[in-house]
Design a protein around this ligand. Sequence first.
Ligand SMILES: [Zn+2]
Ligand SMILES: [Zn+2]
Length: 241
Amino acid sequence: MKITILGTGSATPSLSRSSSSCLLSTSAGNILIDAGPSVVRRLLESGHEVGDIDIIVLTHFHPDHTVDLATLLFACNYGERQRQKELHLIGGRGIRLFFRRLSRLYPWVVPLDYRLTIRAVPQGTVRIGSVSLVTAPMAHRDESIGVRIEERGKSVVFSGDTGYAPALAALAARADLLVVECSFPEQEVWGHLNLPTLLTIVREATPRRVIMSHLSPAWEGFHGVLPAPLLLGEDGLTMDL
Ligand SMILES: [Zn+2]
Ligand SMILES: [Zn+2]
């Protein structure tokens, strides 16, 4: 599996950090985790096209995680090449209603010539080819999910937005990589993590590596030292597992 960190930002628009999003290249295809503003642009910057995406996972419906879904689906119909291969859309509770409402607002996102398979998986496992996606509810919104993706004995976990959640520690247990929100160095905000709470989760889950994402502007003035295995994420970072 190859991971490309497309964005590491929060709801605050930033030139250096696009909305939090990752691209995961697997033998079952390319998986896009979240699609907030400017994620499609970051996808192009990473050398990929909209048509390369096979599976989209939305961790929840906040605009900083979903706005570019419309951009992407519109391009599947009216971009350079009309999409024909199947596209999977996976989310938590309400993902079908979310898509129905989106298509009422933007009828042009309804597939013209390809199959869009939408699955609501608030807690469970989906297998696509040789890849399994395991979801669990996170502490942020009713529909929020974290997702663990496994292939050939390697595992990567994406938290989406969340506060402290025992389910996150369980989902991330001994993962090869945890890509986790850590919105603030110190500030306590319900539904988000800060550094001390993230360290608690890392002690419980013992992932091999951790990339911190969903970084608010508060991080720009951070001059502390992060203990291993934590790494402050940067847009464009890539890693092979
Ligand atoms: Zn959110
Ligand atoms: Zn967010």
